[in-house]
Design a protein around this ligand. Structure first.
Ligand code: GCV
Length: 716
């Protein structure tokens, strides 16, 4: 009797434990078994894996395929030396696999990192071949093949040819050596510097797997607000240990270089890039780095920006600084990514103009192994910005895109904001510099100006939180970044759909509504934070909540009032010829469009123009009414997102369902806060009534102004 009771208790306990913990750790590499009846071609096309792991990277591909195929198929797929029956998966390069060498696969089309996935015959057996010119290419192809299964795609008659359109596809970690992540909302840094190099957290391998699964091939380990200590031998040894893990997955390690390191570490009196002793110091330092990390990628540098040291401290140019580093990296095959996010110490006429003013005169003056890294917009990763005027303005200098994956200005980790549409909008923007179709994507991938070096960087949203990104849906932004870096012409909806299917479920009743929710989520944030081209209304320092009233900071361009310029007459920053003239930094065709209030797209109106409150919008409403309705609409969309998600209960595991639901509740509350605070403030200036039927802010303006967040995460 006693035993029976015990068994009943044990059974009840076992039933209460989910089959597998669903805390988000597995990311989109969740290889849960597919329903064989609903997806019969999996069993028919995947029966055995032909082993080919001669190198560490091919061994990683083999491990991943085994893990994925075993998990997705629900049974172990045997590993064999050569196809023995129909349904073999053969992977490798022409060097590693005689079967692949014997096939005509046109690998010339895929370059050093691309791959071919093809259904063909090997030894008379129906086989799927995953082939590439390099081991990393094979690994990328293996992940693509697994993705096909994860998304329940057809597996027969495959003929996939894929090659990356950019060469350098890197994450920028703004991680400090003390573990704090600047603008990080997913906990502490994943790099446990204190325990490195001897303790290699298994997370490092899973990080590298996730990066490789979307083609990310570089990781800048340290914050752009750099600490010279990362270049000391003790830290180089730690970085080398990380490089050892990542190398297997085709991910190269990069570091940020503090420009004043020769003084701080070398005891020199100057860091002048033209000083021979400084150049000698950097040469020795770079040679030393390569002794630790033979495949070191190079440096990312933030110089003369927000107080960071740089060549201008010695009356030298950005090109002087970048080229000094480039010269010593070149013999080792390293590169410099020199950031264009600069704004000078003098109070500017318009901060949006500064990067262009400083960099365009330097076009053609950078060494061949330098890329200038440009944020998608000229201010700072706002919910919406027009494309940066540098794109198209430096034909002789490779420009790489910098996106921010971490959501500094888009609600941190709790707001569900899928960034795919933001990336896509920036990349699809037409600079018109060489006529119609001169998109930012074609500049970034080198097509328009013939850049030899190309790249895309994403400021990482990764931390030590169990779910990596601070929320389940923020993982989609890491994923989407990788896919856009591989193909800047990619489609954000298709990417979101893949991610949802891989991460959650292939059930159409789940995919369709949640996809719609993701696709509308970025516009909702724009609406409840900064509609119609407004920007930088975030409160001081932490950039979390609204602070449109802030106007007392020491630098004019740190104040939201500097950006929205609202007064009794109207609102917006006049950047046309009668204002700051920033529109003249675009190509003449684009400038003509942005300079003219009537031709400026309404979603950027207040970015480019100071517009009267009573201006008639295309809807026939006044600007004031339209503004209020956008704020209100943003909140309504979030409320609807909550409803859509609530309907998914039971279609996703309880653990992730509950976290997403709770975060959406936070988002709704905060969207309302943003709306109410901004309407209360702007109404105190516009002095106009709210449109009929629109709810008044819940609290008086003073209430919103009194809120303080001294401990908001991620603050630099
Ligand atoms: C790393 C913004 C952020 C800073 C960041 C800076 C940059 O200003 O608020 O935290 O510094 O951009 O991109 O360098």
């Amino acid at each position: 009797m006693k035993h029976r009771l015990l068994l009943v208790c044990l059974a009840a306990f076992a039933l209460s434990i989910p089959a597998a913990a669903e805390d988000g750790y597995d990311l989109w590499l969740r290889y849960r078994a597919a329903d064989a009846a609903a997806y019969p071609e999996l069993a028919a096309t995947v029966r055995e894996l032909v082993g080919g792991g001669g190198t560490p990277t091919l061994a990683a591909a083999e491990r991943e395929l085994s893990r994925g195929l075993n998990g997705l198929g629900g049974a172990d797929v045997p590993l064999v030396a050569a196809p023995t029956r129909d349904g073999a998966i053969v992977f490798g390069t022409p060097r590693s696999s005689a079967a692949i060498a014997a096939l005509t696969l046109d690998l010339g089309r895929v370059g050093p990192e691309g791959y071919v996935i093809r259904s063909t015959a090997v030894n008379g057996r129906a086989t799927t071949v995953i082939a590439a010119n390099s081991d990393a290419g094979v690994l990328y192809g293996a992940f693509h093949f697994l993705r096909l299964i994860q998304t329940r795609a057809p597996l027969r008659a495959l003929d996939i040819v894929s090659r990356p359109r950019t060469k350098i596809r890197v994450l920028n970690h703004w991680d400090n050596l003390d573990g704090h992540v600047e603008r990080g909302y997913a906990g502490q840094s994943i790099w446990d510097w204190h325990k490195l190099p001897l303790w290699l957290d298994p997370r490092y391998t899973d990080y590298a797997r996730a990066c490789a699964s979307v083609g990310i091939n570089g990781s800048v380990l340290t914050n752009v607000n750099a600490n010279a200590t990362s270049l000391t031998p003790a830290y180089l040894e730690k970085a080398a240990a990380l490089a050892g893990v990542m190398r297997t997955y085709g991910v190269r390690v990069y570091l940020t270089a503090r420009f004043s390191a020769p003084m701080e570490l070398g005891g020199l009196k100057t860091a002048d890039p033209l000083d021979p002793a400084v150049r000698t110091w950097w040469k020795a330092k770079v040679d030393e780095i390569y002794r630790y990390i033979p495949d070191f990628g190079g440096f990312l540098v933030k110089a003369n920006s927000e107080g960071q040291p740089g060549p201008q401290d010695y009356k030298r140019t950005h090109a002087d600084g970048a080229n000094m580093l480039a010269e010593v990296l070149a013999p080792h095959g390293g590169i410099v990514m020199w950031r264009a996010f600069v704004y000078s110490n003098e109070t500017p006429t318009d901060r949006a103009k500064q990067a262009y003013d400083e960099f365009v005169p330097l076009d053609g003056k950078f060494a061949d192994n330098v890329l200038v890294q440009v944020k998608n917009g000229a201010i700072d990763f706002q919910p919406r910005e027009p494309f940066h005027p540098l794109f198209g303005a430096m034909p002789k200098t490779p420009l790489m895109m910098e996106f921010q994956i971490t959501k500094e200005y888009l609600g941190f980790a709790t707001h569900l904001t899928y960034l795919g549409p933001l990336f896509e909008e920036a990349l699809e923007s037409d600079t018109l510099v060489k006529g119609k179709g001169s998109t930012v994507a074609k500049i970034v991938d080198g097509e328009l100006h013939g850049y030899k070096l190309t790249g895309m960087a994403g400021v990482a949203n990764i931390g030590a939180d169990r779910n990596w990104s601070g929320s389940q849906f923020d993982q989609a932004n890491w994923y989407a970044f990788g896919r856009f870096a591989w193909d800047p012409g990619a489609d954000s909806r298709a990417i979101a759909q893949d991610w949802l299917r891989m991460t959650f479920s292939n059930d159409a009743r789940f995919v369709q509504p949640v996809l719609a929710m993701m696709m509308g989520s970025r516009e909702a944030v724009v609406d409840y934070m900064t509609p119609l081209g407004l920007h930088h209304l975030m409160d001081t320092g932490h950039h979390y909540g609204p602070g449109p009233w802030v106007g007392n900071l020491s630098r004019a361009d740190w104040n939201p009032t500097y950006y929205h310029r609202s007064d009794a007459n109207g609102i917006g920053f006049e950047r046309g010829p009668k204002g700051s003239g920033a529109t003249s930094q675009y190509s003449p065709q684009a400038a003509a469009r942005f300079s003219d209030l009537k031709k400026t797209p309404e979603n950027l109106l207040l970015w480019f123009h100071h517009v009267p409150w009573d201006h008639r919008m295309s809807s026939g409403r006044t600007l004031w009414d339209e503004l209020v309705l956008h704020y209100t609409h943003g909140v309504e969309v979030v409320s609807q997102m909550r409803v859509s998600w609530a309907a998914q209960q039971g279609r996703v595991d309880a653990e992730r369902f509950a976290q997403v639901a709770a975060f959406l509740a936070i988002q709704e509350q905060e969207a309302r806060w943003w709306r109410d605070a901004c309407i209360a403030y702007f109404q105190s200036i516009s002095r106009r009534p709210l449109p009929a039927g629109v709810a008044a802010p819940a609290q008086p303006l003073e209430y919103y102004q009194s809120l303080k967040f001294p401990y908001a995460p991620g603050h630099g």
